[in-house]
Design a protein around this ligand. Structure first.
Ligand SMILES: Nc1nc2c(ncn2[C@@H]2O[C@H](COP(=O)(O)OP(=O)(O)OP(=O)(O)O)[C@@H](O)[C@H]2O)c(=O)[nH]1
Length: 383
């Protein structure tokens, strides 16, 4: 089916202007989440297509040089939107060097045919490659938006490829914007698909990033930066699953700071907070890469030690405890000594274990450590 090329350009321009305006309104003119630049990209895209609809009726400066420069500007806006969505500094200069260069080159080549068409295709092609690369670079783990963007860039590359092949095969006139043929219809339709993919992909990417940020916030303890209770229990679930599959040992330890109330009572809660941060920093620095620590409660922490049996866990907790007692917290001009008690539970055959059972055993051992006078660790019994 062959569509009237300029009518098609007009229809795409209308869609782009509606989508662009919506994005600018939704983004409330804030450029930090990338919605403003995405919207401006859509508006540039629509202005470019309006220019193409006027090809043959107005001067080439307007319908060719300016229109292609606007198309390149649209791609520059999409390029900067990708890092902006992630709160990173966008490559403004690099992105907008393309439309500038294209504007200059097309002005010089305005009276030629193949060279000006090839230059336009080549620069737009390069911009799509940059978007393709940045989409991969700025993918949200587990997200799908970057795939939509990559498909959008891929479609655009294909559309430009068609134009280049037609131009190089000696029929550049077939690619004039006022000529209607199947190749033009396919090429412009691919352009429309690109706009939809880019706008949808960038909006989805912004949503995925916000969701991922919210999830991170929901799983972090704000005071210490450690995984919170929910997160460390999720990790324990995963580690238990892994230990069951791989038939490897798994140990946990419940640590509770000794007489922490006294620290708060004597020095105040702010100092208590600083002591908690000192303690978690100290422990975290001394843990092995595969081990994890999370804040289980106020001054209580859960250690997960994958691949470690009960004896190994007991030894590690002993080292951590001794190290902490030797490194008092220094807050303002105060030296605050601290220690913890710990209940350790290790399993060599995690197939028969469940999380609640493991936690109950470690907790019972912790109580025994407190009863034994504190500043010690106790190994839980298996039953
Ligand atoms: N500064 C500060 N204190 C906290 C925080 N979370 C819990 N606490 C305090 O930690 C103290 C815990 O007191 P207890 O449960 O009696 O335990 P303890 O004084 O450490 O005594 P033992 O555990 O029996 O050795 C309470 O005073 C809580 O208010 C926190 O985020 N910051």
């Amino acid at each position: 089916m062959i569509a009237h090329t300029q009518t098609l350009f007009g229809a795409v321009a209308l869609v782009a202007v509606i989508m662009g305006s919506c994005l600018i309104l939704v983004g409330q003119l804030r450029h930090r989440d990338g919605m403003l630049t995405t919207g401006l990209g859509m508006l540039s895209h629509s202005l470019a297509y309006i220019g193409f609809t006027l090809f043959g009726q107005v001067s080439m400066w307007f319908s060719y040089v300016l229109a292609n420069t606007l198309l390149s500007t649209a791609l520059a806006f999409y390029t900067v939107s990708l890092p902006l969505i992630h709160g990173r500094r966008p490559p403004w200069r690099l992105a907008f060097a393309f439309p500038l260069l294209l504007g200059v080159l097309l002005s010089v080549l305005i009276d030629t045919q193949e060279p000006r068409q090839l230059v336009a295709c080549l620069l737009l092609f390069t911009q799509c490659l940059v978007i393709l690369h940045l989409s991969r670079l700025h993918a949200v783990p587990g997200g799908r938006a970057h795939r939509i963007l990559m498909i959008g860039a891929g479609i655009s590359l294909f559309g430009l490829g068609i134009r280049v092949v037609v131009i190089l095969s000696g029929a550049p006139a077939e690619m004039h914007y006022d000529v209607s043929n199947l190749k033009q219809t396919v090429s412009v339709a691919l352009g429309a698909a690109t706009i939809i993919m880019f706008s949808f992909g960038l909006v989805l990417l912004s949503r995925e990033r916000i969701e991922s940020e919210l999830r991170q916030t929901a799983l972090r303890d704000t005071l210490t930066g450690l995984p919170n209770r929910l997160a460390i229990l999720e990790q324990l679930t995963d580690e238990l699953e892994r230990a069951r599959r791989q038939h490897t040992p798994l140990s946990i330890a419940m640590l509770d700071l000794d007489h922490f109330k006294q620290i708060n009572d004597s020095h105040g809660h702010l100092v208590g907070d600083a002591v908690l941060r000192h303690c978690t920093d100290h422990l975290q620095q001394r843990l092995r890469r595969n081990d994890s620590i999370g804040r289980y409660g106020g001054e209580e922490f859960l250690l997960i030690l994958p691949g470690t049996d009960a004896d190994g866990a007991l030894e590690l907790v002993d080292q951590l405890r001794q190290s902490l007692t030797q490194h008092a917290a220094q807050v303002d001009d105060k030296n605050i000594a601290l220690s913890f008690s710990a209940g350790v539970y290790g399993s060599t055959s995690p197939v028969a274990e469940d999380i609640t059972g493991m936690l109950l055993k470690a907790d019972a051992a912790l109580y025994r450590a407190k009863d034994a006078g504190r500043n010690t660790q106790v190994l839980a019994t298996a039953d």
